[in-house]
Design a protein around this ligand. Structure first.
Ligand code: HEC
Length: 442
């Protein structure tokens, strides 16, 4: 086990969630925008309307800065945050999908090179070559989505991989296609919002309205297709995920979906009313408000996607607290719970108290704090006034009267469909219970 990263009050998961939610905006814009740009550029050449190039210049500059400065920074941010929050989780993914990422990065480099060439050669090279550069970007960006979606979907539905350990058995899993198509449809929605904002700043009134309307139509079509694919995605969810959501084991999942649905409706209405029917209503300011609504919707939607994965961080293979859940013989991976139950959890930690006297309360509390941070701290804030699933409050609801009551809870932790079982021997359990009892909010 690596050292534990504690984020007071909010847990490390929320840090990743915030960065990742923000990252969706630039990354889906990066994949969707150039299909619209190529569409407008072809129109400009075909109908001989060089004035449309003003939009292309502004829009591609926005993509260049927003996606390739802010987007890249937040992408690196996800890697940093995920690596310290779940080093073993990331390591597990890298050991399986390093070539997936390597391939993605090849396309990523093509994207970066082609957008620079594209932007700086607008109106300077012959139209055919310039358009080719646009196509090159559009395809390279979408192919990077094809690849990363496989790894994301693997984390929820690892499929036959748990038996075979095969790259593609995990990659083309049961939620891969619906997720890829949903993201593909929604990238047009995100690109449409930004395109409408940029188009609404153009000086020529007629072109402004024409392009706002076109961006709105792309957005509407993307969102309608997205609706169908998202429904397919929900239908394809594995049984345990559907249970967490539909049986109300975790009621907040339903709330997240409602928030995502409400944001979806607002953005769709904005496209229809302010872009397609009355393009003169589209203004940069309302566009930015819509971006905020979109951000909330994405946060809720992605939060749902992450939430239904519990208790795992990688489906079937690794629990949210990074303990390996089962044998995967093809990869020479062994389940860790039996080992920890037999040999003790603390004894397998590198950073642990030097000596633990089972009859000394201070020793027990110190050791218990370590066990609980490792085993519960990824999902629960342990502070007294923590915000994310605060342990002191959740325990208080169960009104334990002694550390022994909590030992009973730990023994049955695995019965909850969203929590991993407790891993450790009697000493670990005793120490954890003492510590947990000491933090119950009274
Ligand atoms: C993979 C994430 C995860 C891990 C790890 C985890 N929990 Fe939880 N736990 C949850 C979720 C999700 C809930 C539901 C909270 C809610 O409804 O908001 C929960 C709820 C609880 C509750 C309230 C149960 C009830 O019936 O009201 C307790 C107590 C609890 N956890 C204790 C623990 C302890 C102790 C550990 C570590 C040994 C732990 N959890 C580890 C995810 C986790």
């Amino acid at each position: 086990m690596y050292p534990f990263w504690e984020v007071p009050f909010f847990t490390s998961g929320l840090v990743i969630a915030l960065i990742a939610t923000f990252h969706i905006l630039p990354c889906h814009l990066a994949t969707g925008a150039f299909w619209f740009i190529v569409f407008v550029e072809r129109k400009a050449y075909k109908e001989n309307r060089p004035e449309l190039l003003e939009f292309i210049k502004k829009y591609s500059l926005l993509i260049l800065i927003f996606c390739f400065v802010i987007g890249s920074l937040s992408g690196v941010g996800i890697w940093y945050a995920a690596t310290v929050a779940s080093p073993r989780g990331i390591s597990g993914l890298i050991h399986n999908y390093v070539w997936g990422w390597a391939t993605e990065w090849v396309f990523f480099i093509i994207e970066i090179a082609s957008i620079y060439v594209y932007y700086y050669t607008i109106g300077k090279i012959d139209p055919k070559s310039h358009l080719m550069m646009g196509w090159l970007y559009a395809w390279a960006a979408w192919i990077s989505m094809i690849i990363i979606t496989g790894i994301l979907a693997f984390m929820l539905t690892s499929g036959k991989w748990v038996e075979t350990g095969g790259f593609f058995d995990g990659f083309f899993n049961r939620t891969y296609w619906p997720q890829l198509l949903t993201r593909t449809a929604l990238m047009f929605c995100i690109a449409g919002v930004y395109a409408a904002i940029v188009a609404s700043t153009l000086t020529n009134r007629q072109i402004r309205r024409e392009l706002v309307r076109a961006a709105g139509l792309w957005g509407v079509l993307g969102m309608l297709a997205g609706l169908a694919f998202a429904a397919w995605y929900l239908y394809r969810l594995p049984g345990h995920a559907k249970e967490l959501w539909l049986d109300q084991s975790l009621p907040y999942l339903g709330h997240l979906l409602n928030i995502a649905g409400a944001s979806y409706a607002i953005v769709l209405l904005w496209f229809v009313i302010c872009c397609v029917i009355r393009p003169r209503l589209a203004r940069p300011v309302t566009g930015i408000v819509i971006l905020i609504v979109l951000f909330l919707g994405i946060g809720a939607g992605e939060g749902f996607r992450e939430g239904i994965r519990r208790p795992y961080i990688i489906d079937q293979y690794m629990y949210g607290n990074q303990i390996v859940a089962r044998d995967i013989p093809a990869k020479h991976i062994k389940a860790e719970i039996p080992k920890f139950n037999k040999e003790g959890f603390l004894s397998h930690l590198f950073f642990r108290p030097d000596k633990i006297d089972p009859d000394n309360k201070t020793d027990l509390l110190r050791a218990g704090s370590v066990v609980v941070h490792y085993q519960c701290g990824n999902c629960h804030a342990l502070d007294r006034f923590g915000k994310i699933r605060p342990m002191p409050k959740l325990l208080a609801n169960l009104a334990p009267e002694s550390p022994e009551d909590i030992e009973g809870l730990l023994e049955s932790l695995g019965d909850y469909p969203f929590m991993p079982p407790f891993a450790g021997n009697d000493l670990d359990k005793k120490a954890a219970s003492e510590y947990l009892f000491s933090i119950v909010r009274r």
